[in-house]
Design a protein around this ligand. Structure first.
Ligand SMILES: NC(=O)c1ccc[n+]([C@@H]2O[C@H](COP(=O)([O-])OP(=O)(O)OC[C@H]3O[C@@H](n4cnc5c(N)ncnc54)[C@H](OP(=O)(O)O)[C@@H]3O)[C@@H](O)[C@H]2O)c1
Length: 233
C-alpha cells in the first residue's frame, strides 16, 4: 500500500494534495479539525495545538504505516496571524509556534522512526521562509523555523532512504489568503499582480509540485519556491 498523511487537508493546498494522491491510488489520511470533503480520504480529527490530539492521531497512524510500502508525510497545516515585532505578545507567539513548529516535531518524533525506505517527509513553508514582510511577525518566524527543521531533517536522516524538502508557495488562492487579504477584487488583483503572471496561484499547482517532490528523492534537502516569479518588494 502507498500512503499519504497530510496535516490540514480540510481545505486549500492540503485538500488539493489529497485529491492528487487519491488519483494516484494512495490511501490518504487527513489530520485537521474539520474533515476533508474529498470522498475516500480517511479523516483523523485532530487539533495540532493539543498534544493529546496529536498522540491519539499518531497511535492510529502507526499500524497504517506498518502496512505501507511507501509514505508521504506532509506537514502542511499552519496558523497565520497578523502581528508585528513590537505587537505580538508571547502567548500569541507560543500558540503559533505550537501549531506550526512544535506539532510538526511531535508528529515527527512518533512517526518518523516507523517510515519505510522510499518515503518522503515534506514541509510546506512559504516565500516567507526566506524573507520577511511587515505585519506577519509570528508567521515569518515560524516559517523560518520550518526551513531549519527541513534542513536539520535532511542531515539527520542521512542514509535512511527518506528524503525531505520545503515547498514554498507564493500567493495561493485559499482560505488562509482570503482571511488575510479579504475578498475585495481590487485588493485580490493587486496581490495577484505581484508576480510575473499577474494572477494568484491555484492550490492544485502547489499540490502538483508536492506530489512531484514526493516522487523525486534527488531534491532531498531542497527549498522549492513556487510563486510564479514574485516581484522583489
Ligand atoms: N495560501 C497562501 O498564499 C500561502 C502562501 C505561502 C504558504 N502557504 C502555506 O501553505 C500551507 C497551507 O495553507 P493554505 O493556504 O492551504 O491554508 P488554508 O486553506 O487556510 O488551510 C490551512 C489548513 O491548516 C489546518 N490547520 C490550521 N490550524 C490547525 C490546527 N490547530 N489543527 C489542525 N489543523 C489546523 C486547517 O484545518 P482546520 O481549520 O480544519 O483545522 C487547514 O486545513 C500552510 O502551511 C501555509 O502557511 C500558503
Amino acid at each position: 500500500m502507498l500512503t499519504a498523511i497530510i496535516t490540514g487537508a480540510s481545505v486549500g493546498i492540503g485538500q488539493a494534495t489529497a485529491q492528487r494522491f487519491l488519483g494516484m491510488g494512495y490511501r490518504v489520511y487527513n489530520l485537521s479539525r474539520r474533515p476533508c470533503p474529498e470522498p475516500g480520504v480517511e479523516n483523523i480529527i485532530c487539533d495540532l495545538a493539543s498534544d493529546a490530539s496529536i498522540n491519539s492521531a499518531c497511535r492510529r497512524l502507526l499500524p497504517v504505516i506498518a502496512d505501507s510500502a511507501k509514505v508521504c508525510l506532509l506537514h502542511n497545516a499552519s496558523q497565520m496571524r497578523k502581528d508585528t515585532a513590537d505587537h505580538c505578545n508571547s502567548d500569541s507567539l507560543r500558540a503559533v509556534l505550537e501549531t506550526n513548529v512544535v506539532a510538526v516535531n511531535s508528529i515527527n518524533q512518533q512517526l518518523l522512526p516507523a517510515l519505510p525506505k522510499g518515503s518522503s517527509l515534506l514541509y510546506v513553508g512559504s516565500t516567507l521562509s526566506e524573507k520577511a514582510v511587515a505585519g506577519s511577525f509570528s508567521y515569518v518566524l515560524s516559517k523560518h523555523a520550518q526551513l531549519g527543521m527541513m534542513r536539520a531533517t535532511c542531515q539527520d536522516l542521512m542514509g535512511k532512504g527518506i528524503h525531505t524538502a520545503l515547498i514554498c508557495p507564493g500567493f495561493t488562492d485559499t482560505e488562509m489568503l482570503r482571511t488575510h487579504i479579504g475578498n475585495n477584487p481590487e485588493v485580490v488583483a493587486a496581490i495577484g499582480s505581484m508576480n510575473a503572471y499577474g494572477r494568484l496561484i491555484e492550490p492544485g499547482e502547489i499540490a502538483g509540485l508536492i506530489v512531484w517532490a514526493h516522487g523525486n528523492p534527488v531534491i532531498n534537502g531542497a527549498v522549492l519556491h513556487a510563486n510564479l516569479g514574485q516581484k522583489e518588494a
